[in-house]
Design a protein around this ligand. Structure first.
Ligand code: PAF
Length: 299
């Protein structure tokens, strides 16, 4: 695995890779969710690039940029073991020299829920992802469903700016008790960790009610909100339109049940997409399974 540190060297090396090229951007502190993205990129592409960059633009002034977990040597070993060809790990000064001033603004999609609570967050995400895409020029970009509004924002940017990359949104990887894998789970103390699976139970309850045909959002959401275990408290739990990320009113499927629960200052994000009548999940890209029979024919 080659490690490159500057946008210029990343572009030069990425242009030598056999296509298709899959790209997995990360902020490091890798867990099984990241590695599932890498493994999928490996299965679906000839070459794989990953990046590690803790992006200061997407953290608010009171957020955890300084204390965000960093484990570069371990992360690099994991990426190499999972078959990554190139790791792009730029320094902050190379990404944002003193003259840097450009920002990508996405519009209303980036203003509700996470966008409303973290002003500037999605502009920071969109700007860094655009820079990474320009450096790597991948065939496909792999993002996790856990940050589903981020995935919607990046898809909108790629579409609106005519970027030549597919955006693949891979299903959330969970602990056995249902908690979504996240680099920030290391912040949880034992009591918070024990309560954390109640987030996914509440989300699943809402999804099941919607699939049963229930459409009374206040009733469903009130019952689900009562399922959260102390000491966690809801920041939000709602049902949103996958195209706009506005709260659904009235409820029409497909929809996404989105939630953030707070464990002290740690915000635990999760979501459950609910398919419409066609059975297709909003935003999530299911893996294309190559049938064994056609694999046999290829051989
Ligand atoms: O999801 C993340 O880890 C980050 O937001 C991303 C996409 C790598 C951009 O910094």
């Amino acid at each position: 695995m080659q490690i490159v540190r500057t946008p210029g060297s990343a572009r030069a090396i990425a242009r030598t890779l056999l296509r298709p090229v899959g790209f997995v951007p990360t902020m490091g502190a890798l867990h099984d969710g990241h590695l599932a993205l890498v493994d999928r990129a490996r299965r679906e592409n000839t070459s794989v690039v990953a990046s590690i960059f803790v992006n200061p633009l997407q953290f608010g002034p009171t957020e955890d940029f300084e204390k965000y977990p960093r484990a570069f040597a371990r992360d690099a070993e994991l990426l190499e073991a999972h078959g990554v060809d190139v790791l792009y790990a730029p320094a902050v000064e190379r990404m944002y020299p003193p003259t840097f001033a450009t920002s990508i603004s996405i519009g209303p999609l980036a203003e509700s829920f996470e966008g409303a609570r973290r002003p500037g967050h999605f502009a920071g995400v969109a700007t860094v992802v655009a820079k990474l895409l320009h450096a790597i020029e991948p065939t496909s970009l792999y993002l996790g469903q856990k940050d589903i509004q981020q995935a919607a924002v990046v898809r909108a940017m790629v579409r609106d700016l005519d970027m030549a990359t597919n955006v693949v949104v891979a299903p959330t990887v969970r602990e056995v008790d249902g908690l979504a894998r996240s680099s920030r789970n290391v912040y949880l103390n034992a009591t918070q960790r024990a309560a954390a699976p109640s987030i996914f139970r509440a989300l699943s309850f809402v999804a099941e009610e919607l699939l049963r045909g229930e459409r009374n959002a206040p009733r469903i959401l009130a019952a689900a909100r009562a399922m959260l275990e102390a000491p966690l408290v809801w920041d939000y739990l709602d049902i949103v339109d996958p195209l706009t990320f506005a709260a659904c009113d009235p409820i029409v499927l497909p929809a996404i049940v989105v939630a953030v629960a707070k464990a002290g200052v740690t915000r635990l994000l999760d979501n459950v997409p609910v398919a419409g009548a066609d059975g297709v999940l909003p935003l999530v890209s299911m893996e294309r399974v190559i049938p064994l029979v056609s694999q046999a024919r290829v051989r």
